[in-house]
Design a protein around this ligand. Structure first.
Ligand code: 5GP
Length: 181
């Protein structure tokens, strides 16, 4: 697995440190509320698990699975594979994402959560590819701004592999070529 990685972009240590900072900020911002974290499966699981350890106020976590990606290109469409288990009516929601690229997934999920009656919807993302943005949406809590490269690890996959890497890295080009041919 490691032989397929060209370079490490964000180390595990850096992710832990940044998660502590964001967790502390969320604890402050939501001190008088009880946020519901909505983690988007599967990519956000490692980040959501790290982040919630540093939120020291009452909170709940929910999972949602929407699909938006085929290979390395955004299709712009999302399909709900797993919906929330509970009502979020009048709740303060924080969507937890692995990465925001075009922003299409986030915009659609945000609108969906508002349509379910959420009082407020904010976004925490581990990674932000600002140059990839095609719709007008920004995350409220950003782990790291990264360049427009296809990354894997810490939850992010390439054809379902590499999610278990403990860091965020860039794949070698030959991996795309051999898997896409
Ligand atoms: P968006 O709708 O913002 O273009 O895409 C968001 C989703 O696309 C993410 O949740 C993630 O699944 C996928 N994605 C975007 N960029 C990357 C990337 O560099 N690597 C991987 N593995 N997935 C990505």
């Amino acid at each position: 697995m490691l032989e397929n990685i060209k370079k490490v972009l964000v180390s595990q240590e850096a992710i832990i440190e940044r998660s502590k900072e964001i967790g502390a900020q969320i604890s402050k911002d939501y001190a008088d509320k009880m946020p519901v974290l909505v983690a988007l499966l599967k990519g956000s699981v490692p980040f959501a698990a790290e982040l919630m350890k540093y939120i020291d106020i009452d909170m709940e976590i929910e999972f949602m699975d929407v699909s938006s990606y085929e290979g390395t290109k955004s299709t712009g469409e999302i399909k709900i594979i797993k919906d929330l288990d509970r009502s979020i009516k009048d709740c303060d929601v924080i969507i937890v994402e692995d990465i925001v690229d075009t922003g299409k997934t986030l915009k659609t999920v945000k609108e969906l959560l508002y349509s379910k009656g959420a009082k407020d919807v904010k976004v925490a993302t581990l990674l932000d590819k600002k140059y990839g943005r095609v719709v007008d949406i920004e995350a409220d809590y950003v782990g790291f701004d990264i360049p427009d490269e296809f990354v894997v690890g810490y939850g992010l996959d390439f054809n379902q592999k590499f999610r278990n890497l403990p860091f965020v890295g860039v794949l070698k080009e030959e991996c795309y070529r051999s898997e896409n041919e």
